[in-house]
Design a protein around this ligand. Structure first.
Ligand SMILES: O=P(O)(O)OC[C@H]1O[C@H](OP(=O)(O)OP(=O)(O)O)[C@H](O)[C@@H]1O
Ligand SMILES: O=c1cc[nH]c(=O)[nH]1
Ligand SMILES: [Mg+2]
Length: 211
């Protein structure tokens, strides 16, 4: 597993406002969108391209275009949905699938409640979106799911990760090099309720309200 931690003053600034418990939902949504756009630049560094010939007004030249089959972007509902627009803004030709996973707050196991994805992901480059990597259970379930369906490589875009969760994903992936995690920051630890500390609270609730 490869790990890329963003190291940029704009990311730090936006993350600080995002963490603030007094930041209202509307601002929170806007900041998530902006942060994802910054992370998407790094996350797409290895997007597959093929040579593509064009004519400029001056000459013929060979550039690059995103290879087929198009990458597939999968937000993990609910909170991952807040990251979708920021990602597809940089990758407009991507297809979009949806996975609904909810962490049981007593066992901390991830439960799948929705799946709107192609059965066959053979050779697809997958981008999984989820702001929080806490125990890692949700992300491991999602990564396993797309690899079982044939995905070629998986890039996970997260805002915050806990060291404990990163270790769980690393161990579950058993040294695979076709998994990358791009994250805005790695926080200190998990608390007794398996929330990320200092964290930002429940990302889904802060985006969409408590349900
Ligand atoms: O690493 P884990 O311990 O598995 O926890 C992380 C998961 O918890 C949150 O989702 P949640 O279950 O709260 O669902 P929601 O997005 O609908 O709020 C978050 O968005 C991740 O999907
Ligand atoms: O800190 C956390 C942990 C899990 N899910 C969240 O939304 N936040
Ligand atoms: Mg939640």
């Amino acid at each position: 597993m490869r790990l890329h931690v963003a190291d940029h003053p704009l990311v730090d600034h936006k993350l600080t406002v995002l963490r603030d418990k007094n930041t209202p939902s509307a601002t929170f949504r806007l900041l998530v969108d902006e942060l994802v756009t910054l992370l998407a630049y790094e996350a797409t560094r290895h997007v597959r391209t093929v040579p593509h010939q064009i004519e400029t007004p001056v000459t013929t030249t060979t550039g690059a275009k995103i290879a087929d089959p198009a990458p597939i972007v999968i937000p993990i509902l609910r909170a991952g949905l807040g990251m979708l627009d920021g990602m597809t803004r940089l990758l407009p030709s991507a297809e979009v699938g949806f996975l609904g996973l909810q962490r049981d707050e007593t066992t901390y196991e991830a439960v799948t409640y929705a799946n709107r994805l192609p059965d066959d992901l053979t050779d697809r480059q997958v981008f999984l979106l989820d702001p929080m990597l806490a125990t890692g259970g949700t992300l491991v379930a999602a990564i396993d799911y797309v690899f079982e369906r044939g995905a070629r490589e998986v890039t996970c875009v997260c805002l915050l990760a806990a060291p404990e969760g990163l270790k769980v994903v690393e161990e579950a992936m058993g040294g695979r090099v076709d998994v990358e995690i791009v994250v805005a920051a790695v926080d200190e630890r998990l608390n007794e309720k398996r929330y990320i500390v200092p964290g930002l609270g429940d990302a889904g609730d802060r985006l969409y309200g408590v349900v």
